[in-house]
Write a protein that binds this ligand. Structure first.
Ligand SMILES: Cc1cc2nc3c(=O)[nH]c(=O)nc-3n(C[C@H](O)[C@H](O)[C@H](O)COP(=O)(O)OP(=O)(O)OC[C@H]3O[C@@H](n4cnc5c(N)ncnc54)[C@H](O)[C@@H]3O)c2cc1C
Ligand SMILES: Cc1cc2nc3c(=O)[nH]c(=O)nc-3n(C[C@H](O)[C@H](O)[C@H](O)COP(=O)(O)O)c2cc1C
Length: 648
């Protein structure tokens, strides 16, 4: 008998939507016996046809400034341009949008698709939802998924969307769907009278409310489908991850841009590209393929008791007793590599284990108190604790294993359930006019204390890796072409560039580009430029990034106005860039309102982005006759005159 099915389309830039969609495929098949056909949205008209799909679920993020991710742009254009208002009248759908409320275009891609699906006649079978990466996607995703499955089953049943049409099979399918009773495996493991965690009073291993519960609702146990064989004789080869979408570059310079006494060191990096055809422009970002920290990998290998065989090659395959239809060997792990290689280069060992993995850990744990606590952490009743103490504190797999010493998970299980190590983005701070084979960016190194359940001190994965690699190391990179965060075509458009800290990076690229253009393009008159830079640091003597270069641009008239804020300097009147914006409010309002200036905001401080926007609103209200400021700001955004490039 064929199974009930639905179409699951995803659009993902950095892998989060894809990972949620993949999890749904597994749950659909294992827990509900439903087939979810999962495709990138841009596979439309190749792998699936909208006209033929009775039920469609979309999981998509937004990127750029409310744009679709790169694997959903064709789908986006198709849906937006479609004229036939009945095209989707046969379809039931729902959308889970992923976004970030720091963008005024929060979940724009999902929201626009939601509206268009309705306009094209489709009916929502379950409310669409918008998950916010700024506060944690799971706050919305978890409850949304809980309600999703019963709604989907009911819809499929009503639609009779069995791929098999015989009446007998249909009733069998309905029975299979188990509509009346949601699957809620429960457990009532008794607490041992001398619960070893009770005296800990530590939030990861003990909470009195959960400890007192006699019954817990657990997620159903996922089956695991991978098996690994160890090829004893072979040693690891030191290979660069293979991916044809990336270019090979080499690290040729790393420099510290801050004084020794700076609170946060900022480094600059220069990469030499091995190919001519790598295209980038100021305003773009590059994606860097990085690796996990060697010491952290060693700690994990030790904890898994794999140190002695860590460099031997693994043969990863689907286990012979695998029953999971959607099972596949992760494509991001080479078929023959060592566990050390996989943990270093392919797997995100920092990510917090999801609840389905914690559920599997229960069966790999011998101590009863530890088992019970793991059950609590993955139970429905323990959701708040799980979010607060595991997700929000960013506990890694190693932290969890350290808290539960009798847990001895199988390595194949970790390979299957931990996500892929995702490349990191960095804003380019150079111009290709200088040397198209050299690319520069800056980063600030991150460090997280061993606190609040984190059992060891750690550093940002990529920034730590960039700090430690040797000159000459080969690095895989890819450009992320910016749709709008670019210099305008006309020279005399005023540019208001607001970039505290490393947020100044793209503006250094802009200024360098203007400088090199002024030297190479006949008729380029620097007097036509109207460039305003608002920069912020802690102490001008310690962490004023690119100070000399910026001053040089000022001297040669490329940069017309520079305003610096310093947040930790006693007596200095401008603490934040907003203070400098306010002090220049009259001029700025004139530039924006009367002279069509473009405002660029870049940086890593989320509150800064909100505060800058509020300040601009305030300035415009005070110094212009705008009556509807919300509408005006919206028009600035839609006409691409208020542009953001932010990260956390
Ligand atoms: C378009 C774009 C451009 C960017 N440009 C730049 C740039 O020019 N310069 C720059 O420096 N960065 C830039 N970034 C950010 C950059 O991509 C990385 O996110 C940043 O360098 C941190 O990466 P990491 O691997 O070192 O840190 P990670 O290991 O990824 O750690 C950072 C993450 O840790 C999490 N975290 C927070 N608190 C804790 C804690 N207590 N314990 C553990 N984890 C915690 C945070 O959620 C954060 O996501 C940009 C990002 C984007 C999207
Ligand atoms: C460069 C960049 C631009 C983004 N732009 C937006 C945006 O315009 N609107 C929004 O709601 N979220 C935006 N986000 C947030 C992402 O949509 C969010 O982090 C999401 O969880 C990413 O999911 P993905 O990994 O599937 O792409 C942006 C994120 C990045 C890195």
């Amino acid at each position: 008998m064929k199974r009930w099915r639905f179409l699951l389309g995803f659009g993902s830039e950095t892998g989060q939507s894809k990972s949620i969609a993949q999890g749904m495929v597994d749950i659909a098949s294992e827990q509900h016996q439903i087939c979810a056909d999962m495709f990138e949205l841009d596979e439309v008209d190749k792998q699936f046809k909208l006209e033929e799909e009775p039920v469609m679920v979309i999981i998509t993020s937004s990127t750029g400034d409310g744009e679709p991710p790169s694997n959903a742009s064709k789908f986006w254009r198709k849906i937006r341009r479609e004229k036939n208002s009945k095209l989707l009248s046969h379809m039931k759908y729902t959308i889970l949008g992923l976004g970030d409320t720091n963008y005024s275009t929060f979940c724009n891609c999902g929201r626009v698709l939601d509206r268009r699906f309705e306009e094209l006649g489709a009916t929502r079978f379950y409310p669409s939802a918008w998950a916010d990466d700024a506060v944690g996607l799971d706050l919305i995703v978890e409850p949304w998924l809980q309600g999703f499955w019963p709604a989907l089953k009911e819809t499929l049943m009503k639609l009779n969307t069995s791929t098999e049409t015989s009446i007998n099979n249909l009733s069998e399918s309905i029975n299979q769907l188990n509509l009346t009773q949601e699957i809620k495996p429960t457990v009532n493991r008794q607490l041992s009278s001398s619960n070893k965690f009770k005296s800990n009073q530590d939030n990861i291993t003990y909470s009195s409310t959960l400890a007192e519960m006699t019954t817990l609702t657990l997620p159903p146990k996922s089956s695991h489908s991978l098996s690994i064989k160890l090829i004893e004789s072979s040693e690891d080869k030191n290979q660069l991850p293979v991916d044809s979408h990336y270019h090979i570059s080499a690290l040729i310079r790393r420099e510290c841009l801050t004084h020794d006494t700076a609170i946060k060191p900022v480094m600059s990096i220069e990469l030499q590209l091995s190919e001519e055809e790598f295209l980038f422009e100021a305003g773009d970002a590059i994606k860097i393929v990085c690796a996990n920290d060697e010491n952290e990998v060693n700690l994990l290998l030790k904890r898994l008791e794999w140190m002695d065989k860590a460099s031997h090659q693994l043969d990863i395959s689907l286990s012979p007793d695998n029953t999971k239809k959607s099972a596949k060997i992760p494509t991001y792990i080479p078929p023959m590599c060592s566990l050390r290689y996989a943990l270093t280069n392919c797997i995100d060992i920092r990510s917090s284990p999801r609840k389905n993995l914690l559920r599997l850990f229960v069966d790999c744990t011998t101590d009863e108190d530890e088992k019970r606590r793991l059950e609590e952490l993955c139970s429905r009743e323990g959701s708040d604790i799980y979010i607060k103490y595991i997700l929000e504190e960013h506990l890694s797999i190693l932290d969890i294993l350290n808290h539960f010493p009798s847990c001895k998970p199988d390595v194949a299980m970790l390979i299957e359930f931990l996500p892929q190590l995702i490349p990191r983005f960095y804003s380019v701070c150079s111009s290709s006019l200088d040397d198209a084979r050299s690319i520069k960016f800056v980063y600030s190194a991150l460090k997280f204390e061993a606190l609040n359940g984190r059992t060891y001190e750690r550093f940002g994965v990529c920034t730590n890796w960039l700090n430690n690699i040797t000159i000459g190391t080969k690095i895989l990179i890819q450009t992320r072409i910016s749709q709008h965060f670019r210099l305008p075509l006309t020279l005399d458009t005023p540019l208001i560039m607001i970039g505290p800290g490393t947020g100044v990076a793209p503006f250094i690229g802009f200024l360098e580009h203007l400088y090199l253009s002024s030297k190479s393009i006949a008729g380029f008159d620097v007097n036509n430029l109207h460039t305003w830079l608002f920069y912020g640091c802690r102490h001008r003597q310690r962490d004023f990034l690119f100070e000399e270069q910026i001053q040089m641009y000022q001297q040669i008239n490329i940069l017309k106005h520079l305003f610096v804020a310093a947040s930790r300097e006693e007596g200095y009147p401008f603490r934040y860039v907003q203070d400098q914006l306010k002090a220049n409010g009259h001029e700025l309002a004139n530039l924006i309102y009367n002279r069509n200036a473009i405002v660029y905001v870049c940086g890593d401080i989320k509150t800064m982005v909100r505060d800058v926007r509020e300040t601009i609103v305030h300035i415009l209200q005070e110094h212009s006759d705008i009556t509807n400021i919300d509408e005006y700001m919206k028009s600035l955004e839609t006409s691409r005159r208020y542009l953001l490039d932010i990260w956390s």
